[in-house]
Design a protein around this ligand. Structure first.
Ligand SMILES: [Fe+2]
Ligand SMILES: [Fe+2]
Length: 207
């Protein structure tokens, strides 16, 4: 046996049925299964929001500035799904086999196209979707801050971008609905869906 302090642990050498990457979370007071289930709900919201934002962006017809910002938010939600999906498997879980189950588990309401799809109504829908995302990832940060540095790192990166998204839509809605100046203090992303915080774990250039 090795006399190195981390040369062995609670999992037998060669055992592929368990993961040290999950057990260390438990050893630090976290619950990998609970975190995993929360992550599936959270990326269910990212994935469905990517779909719904496609429709919302499409209906911002003739408003190229609104379409551009909505496209950034849309693509970044896809990046959030892509970033966290592997973590579900690392923690011992799996994606629901049926996309209907996945959508139903979403931690946020469906971002439907409003019956009267005016830019104001669409921006209100976008704003509330971002607020749900902020609350979701803040909760994941709280669950993982002291026990799961890998999930926490992902969640706080996504949280950063969701706060950006809320600021964008507050600025745009304030101008569109109320003719008020309410700056985000931001400028457009360099490329559509740049994902400046959550981009570092992409599988390839298209993700
Ligand atoms: Fe997101
Ligand atoms: Fe977002």
């Amino acid at each position: 046996m090795s006399d190195k302090p981390h040369g062995s642990g609670t999992i037998e050498p060669g055992d592929t049925s368990k993961r040290v990457g999950a057990e260390v979370v438990r050893e630090r007071g976290g619950d990998p299964e609970e975190i995993c289930e929360k992550l599936i709900d959270a990326i269910g919201a990212e994935f469905t929001t990517y779909y719904y934002y496609t429709n919302l962006r499409t209906h911002l017809s003739g408003k190229e500035d609104l379409k551009e910002i909505t496209e950034d938010a849309r693509l970044e939600d896809r990046a959030h799904f892509e970033l966290v999906m592997p973590r579900v498997y690392e923690l011992g879980g799996k994606l629901p086999n049926d996309i209907r189950d996945f959508a139903d588990r979403s931690s946020c309401p469906d971002a439907y196209l409003p019956d009267d799809p005016t830019p104001t109504n669409i921006l209100e829908q976008l704003l509330e979707a971002e607020r749900c995302a902020i609350r979701t990832w803040a909760e994941v940060c709280d669950m993982t801050r002291d026990c799961d540095p890998r999930t926490y790192d992902m969640a706080q990166r996504i949280y950063n971008e969701e706060v950006d998204h809320e600021a964008w839509f507050i600025e745009l809605l304030s101008r569109e609905r109320d003719d008020e100046t309410n700056p985000a203090g931001h400028f457009v992303r360099g490329d559509p869906g740049d994902s400046p915080y959550s981009t570092n774990n992409r599988f390839n250039e298209s993700a």
